[in-house]
Design a protein around this ligand. Structure first.
Ligand code: BTN
Length: 326
């Protein structure tokens, strides 16, 4: 992972879980002088981290900032590629826009762009996406799988099962479900949205930009009035403040695993995971496409991730893109 020296030092402290680390040890391990270590600690203190000096033992990190910076995420990663390059920003218009630029300029597979806040977050169908500062996960993952353009939408489902499994592995007070194709809901309220964009030639995907928005630590008053009956956060459901960096790291661990599984074995295993987590299949639904409204029972997804709806007259319709109401 390409961490700056300052981030490498911070990562050591984050992993030390409450134990002091000596300046000499850090200097030797990182191949820098003790003065350089001290300068980096000064700079971390300017960022808001605090250290105590423990006699004969070294420095002790006494607060962890709630930030989704590279060092905080790295301490939860067990990947080879995903999250190995992290672009962390305090604020940006949209992580998708930055991802487009980086992907066109040779960004590596698994590069992520993550921001504490977005001023022009993008949702599906050109809707705005509310990205409250420091409360959520607003990130784009650039992936470069060897697949054809028509397979791109399936990666939205790969992302959905990765996020749902990460959430389930960390929290236990609620059950998240996937609403086709890309929303994650808890008790009928949306906590996560996914926006997949593609850079492609006719017969080759150059990059997929998987935009992930997760409401993590908002409380109800943090949401604008119009979202009160539509949105929730994981913190509201779990009833405690959650560690966003831990969730990002865990998602990236699953995402690398499932993307590789998809490329190796095709959509079959992902379809199975998706159906297990689906809150849509078997339900009576209303699908609003660009051209019509279709009502019927959701009976499954096909190998290519298309939703099948059975109408009252028995006819089965395939839905490629729509807004779904249960
Ligand atoms: C949806 O409409 O449900 C998709 C929302 C996707 C939001 C994320 S936040 C990070 C990334 N940057 C954006 O501007 N949008 C996506």
């Amino acid at each position: 992972m390409t961490l700056s020296m300052k981030d490498k030092i911070l990562k050591r402290f984050l992993l030390a879980s409450g134990e002091p680390i000596s300046g000499q040890y850090l200097a030797d391990e990182l191949g820098i002088s003790r003065t350089a270590v001290w300068k980096h600690l000064q700079s971390l203190q300017e960022d808001g981290y605090t250290f105590d000096t423990i006699k004969k033992k070294g420095y002790l990190l006494t607060n962890k900032l709630d930030r989704v910076d590279a060092a905080s995420i790295a301490s939860f990663l067990s990947t080879e590629r995903f999250g190995q390059s992290i672009h962390y920003l305090d604020e940006c218009a949209s992580t998708q826009t930055i991802a487009h630029e980086l992907a066109r300029n040779g960004a590596k597979d698994g590069t992520i762009i993550i921001a504490e806040s977005q001023t022009a977050g993008k949702g599906r169908m050109s809707r705005p996406w509310e990205s409250t500062k420091g409360k959520g996960i607003w990130m784009t993952v650039i992936i470069k799988p060897d697949v054809l353009p028509h397979q791109a939408p399936q990666f939205t489902l790969v992302a959905a099962v990765s996020i749902i499994n990460a959430i389930k592995s960390l929290y236990s007070n609620f059950t998240p479900v996937i609403k086709w194709p890309n929303d994650i809901l808890v008790n009928g309220l949306k906590c996560t949205g996914i926006l997949t964009e593609m850079i492609a030639e006719m017969d080759r995907v150059q990059a997929l930009l998987i935009g992930i928005g997760i409401n993590v630590n908002q409380q109800q008053e943090d949401f604008p009035e119009e979202l009160h009956t539509i949105a929730t956060s994981l913190s509201i459901e779990e009833n405690r403040v959650l560690n966003r960096a831990e969730l990002v790291g865990t998602i990236l661990n699953y995402l690398e695993n499932y993307s590789d599984l998809y490329v190796k074995e095709g959509f079959g295993p992902i379809k199975k995971l998706w159906e297990e987590a689906s809150g849509t299949i078997g339900k009576q639904i209303k699908a609003t496409t660009l051209t019509e409204v279709i009502e019927g029972k959701a009976i499954g997804i096909t190998e290519s991730g298309v939703l099948e709806i059975q109408l009252d007259n028995g006819e089965v319709r395939s839905i490629y893109s729509a807004d779904i109401e249960l």
